[in-house]
Design a protein around this ligand. Sequence first.
Ligand code: NAP
Length: 529
Amino acid sequence: MELHGKNIIGAAESVEPAGDGFQAKNPATGASLEPTYHDATQSEVDRAYGLAVAALPEIKKLGREARAKLLDCIAEKLDALGDEWLERAEAETGKPVGGLKFERGRTTNQLRMFAAFVREGSWTGARIEHADSERKPLPKPDTRMLRIAVGPVAVFGASNFPLAFSVPGGDTASALASGCPVIVKAHPAHPGTSEMAGRAIAEAVAECGFPEGTFSLLHGTGHEIGLAMVRHPEARAVAFTGSLAGGRALFDAAAARPSPIPVFAEMGSTNPIFVLPRAAAEYGTAIAKGMRNSVTLGVGQFCTCPGFLVGMESPELDGLRGQLTEYFEGAAEQVMLHSGIRSNFARGVERVAGVEGVSRAGDDLTDAGPGGATVTAVLFSTDAGTFMDSEEIRDEVFGPSTVVVGCGSRDEMFAMASSFEGQLTATIHGTPEDLEEYADLVGILEEKAGRVIVGGFPTGVEVGDAMVHGGPYPATTDSRSTSVGTAAIERFVRPVCYQDFPQSLLPLELQDDNVTRILRLVDGEWSTA
Ligand code: NAP
């Protein structure tokens, strides 16, 4: 596919030259990649929203089955991009094609999963309470509730998953599934990968007979374009994956609007792993190997990368620490997504290394390679007291590093667990006896994290009905939702009550016939009848 370097606004490709433009850079070689992209302008943002607003009622009329077909069609179009899409993503992000193949599967499966979910329909939350004209002292009205699309959603593509959390990722899939038009801000680190996906989605929109404003894609390198998307009066919700600074800036901008809108920002976390004493003794080696693999997977650039391993000071923890030190000192070089992320990583490593009471093993990070993005993994070690006294250690270091923390007692481990801020995940490794003895740890961790894991590792997020990829602030700006799995749709719907409506005026899901047989709460009883 010949890349055009243009914004996609509905059915049109558009470029209103603003500034000098920018090109993607290969993080492994430093080479610039054609073509040149330009920051979108305010008038392009306005046009995208104008089309999105016009599209909303049309999308509603097309209904659930048509939306499901659109999602399936997008998945097909993405598959049809073939290896060219993956090769461009590799050139822009340094992620190897092998891993990107897996990510593409995840992306298209996710779209197909949402298609099936939209068809099934129970997520619309239909509820019916029939009227009772005989009720005393007042007659009861007929009330029916349904969740409908909120309106245009601004989606921010993430840098670390150029396919699965970017233009065609979970945010776009769940917003389209809910019936919302979507305007995506492409991540400036992989504009070509974004353009290819954007053009596939726009093609699917046209082929499935959806209005052109169903989808638009805007490029930009500065903060202005993203802020303009969030501040636009027609925006109704925002979905974001990225840094705490970025997510927080967009959240504040959304809250400061004359009409505030929700921001679902997933901003990462440190994903602590608690290793209980018997587990450390019985399978410490397996934990050390799993930890190494999880920390270095994707060059540590997963929001679920485990940033801490917490154990009870003991010869067994010493053994585990020793094995990890050996692994990290022998770790291979890897290329991060871009030189900016690598600089942030190096700054974070220096910040932690500078804390008194912290020791370090692994890379000295002196050689950034030709693309300025090369690293090897770093291991830190400290004690619980130092951890609890130092914010410098607690903040996320995005990249392949982790800190082993030794606790002097069970109470100290509980105090340490309580001191963590909101997390996407928290993990416990323990034998059945450990889990019984440390049962209160589960209670502490479920207050902290969106997902609590026993015996595994947090990387490799299952995409399904029961997944929660969310958590209390600062992991996200809204702990009531998830950005992965079918429940992500709930971010983009709002309930409407239809009172005393004639059947003909009601949405299909609320009519007495229930022709699509969705599960509904009817006069207090769940039923598909
Ligand atoms: P980022 O800086 O948060 O950028 C993500 C997107 O948000 C980009 O499109 C960026 O566009 C926009 N943005 C950022 N700050 C903004 C602001 N103040 N106002 C308006 N728009 C803003 O993330 P990144 O470039 O992917 O990586 C930088 C750091 O983010 C990493 O070093 C890492 O710490 C963290 N990160 C976390 C996750 C995670 O999973 N939670 C994923 C990736 C990165 P512009 O740059 O064009 O403004």
